[in-house]
Design a protein around this ligand. Structure first.
Ligand code: TXA
Ligand code: MG
Length: 346
């Protein structure tokens, strides 16, 4: 029995609403509850409790070596579990919090559940920019460990329905606050070294970070699979549709030709495109994922699109690629993980 609490994210004083108070009560009892953030839905639990954190890993079927992000509602909350805040980290917090930026800092010894941080000496922290998330954290009075609220390996959830599809019967409840905004997870930046390093591209772009703190490096593992990623989660295949999913670097004419060849063989073929090209393609299913001219709309629609392909019994899916600048970097990172196959050059 997974409870659903529906709330209007636009009302004042959300944290005094009975739905939020009930959900916060569950969290205080070390139960786990899904809630919306501006990026994707999170599955929250008391970050100080091994019991709660174990329930998160269990509900998702998540490997125990993949640490969780700790969500806070105000900067004071950090001091109980972080050793120190380097200057560059403080500048990033001023510029991007609340917002889709996760910062890795050194953890205080003995603070938080060791399971939440997978035994690492560091901790990932973020202040989400969503009134429901902030109200829930405040009402519970806890730092909330929260990974994306999907089954491990599936696309992250951008609606309460996505969460319900994956986790009904496995968690105490879902706070339904409507669809999320950004659509892709937060950018993870490691601030424990000299130069801040992007471990996972996301809602805040490299260009935006560099405007604020100058040089930022990118974990080499993001480009080269011979390197072990610094962010444990980045080594797993993710977001995968059921059918083989190929990204194609080529014109729409070339992609259509590939579709035709497969259909002649009797296969059911899907195409992932954008609004601009939707009418052009002829396939068993053609889904427009946002508008290429506005990459934020592609990010917003991405996970819903990947989930939608699973509702059809397809044999193969072809997807268009995107330019790797701005939010395009995060989009291509997630698409490559969803595919798990080399890009076809046409
Ligand atoms: O937007 C988001 O970040 C969403 C919402 C719910 O806030 N959360 C999210 O969590 O995407 P999750 O668990 O799906 O991804 C967390 C990522 C993983 O790749 C994990 O390995 C990395 O952050 N991470 C967590 N703690 C870390 C640490 N101490 N050092 C390096 N990477 C860490
Ligand atoms: Mg995730």
């Amino acid at each position: 029995q997974t409870q659903i609490w529906t709330v209007d994210k636009n009302v004042d004083n959300l944290k005094t609403y009975p739905q939020i108070i009930e959900a916060a009560q569950k969290l205080k009892q070390n139960e786990v509850v899904a809630f919306p953030t501006e990026t994707v839905y999170g599955l929250g639990g008391n970050a100080e409790s091994d019991e709660a954190v174990l329930k998160i890993f269990e509900a998702k079927g998540r490997p125990g070596d993949n640490p969780l992000i700790i969500h806070i509602a105000n900067r004071e909350q950090i001091h109980s579990f972080v050793k120190e805040i380097p200057d560059q980290a403080a500048v990033l917090m001023d510029a991007f919090w609340p917002g889709p930026l996760t910062i890795i800092l050194e953890k205080k010894d003995g603070a938080l559940s060791e399971k939440a941080t997978a035994g690492l000496p560091t901790v990932a922290v973020r202040m989400p920019d969503h009134p429901v998330a902030l109200a829930l954290i405040e009402a519970s009075g806890l730092p909330l460990a929260a990974p994306s609220a999907n089954l491990s390996g599936k696309p992250s959830p951008t609606t309460a329905n996505h969460v319900a599809d994956d986790l009904t019967g496995r968690i105490a409840g879902i706070v339904n606050g409507g669809a999320t905004g950004v659509g892709l997870e937060s950018t993870v930046v490691d601030c424990t070294g000299e130069i801040p390093a992007i471990l996972r591209p996301g809602g805040v772009t490299k260009e935006q970070l560099e405007e604020v703190i100058g040089q930022v490096s990118v974990d080499p593992a993001l480009k080269d699979s011979n390197h072990a990623p610094k962010s444990p989660g980045m080594k797993y295949r993710h977001y995968a549709p059921n059918a083989p999913f190929y990204l194609v670097d080529g014109t729409r004419e070339k992609i259509q030709q590939m579709v035709n060849e497969k259909r002649v063989e009797g296969l059911k073929v899907g195409v992932m495109t954008t609004k601009e090209n939707k009418e052009f393609y002829d396939a068993d299913i053609v889904i427009a994922c946002g508008e290429r001219a506005k990459l934020e709309t592609v990010a917003e629609a991405l996970y819903d699109t990947l989930r939608a392909f699973n509702q059809e019994d397809l044999d193969i899916i072809y997807g268009e690629i995107f330019p790797e600048h701005g939010v395009g970097q995060a989009i291509m990172n997630r698409l490559s993980k969803a595919s798990g196959l080399p890009i076809i050059e046409k």
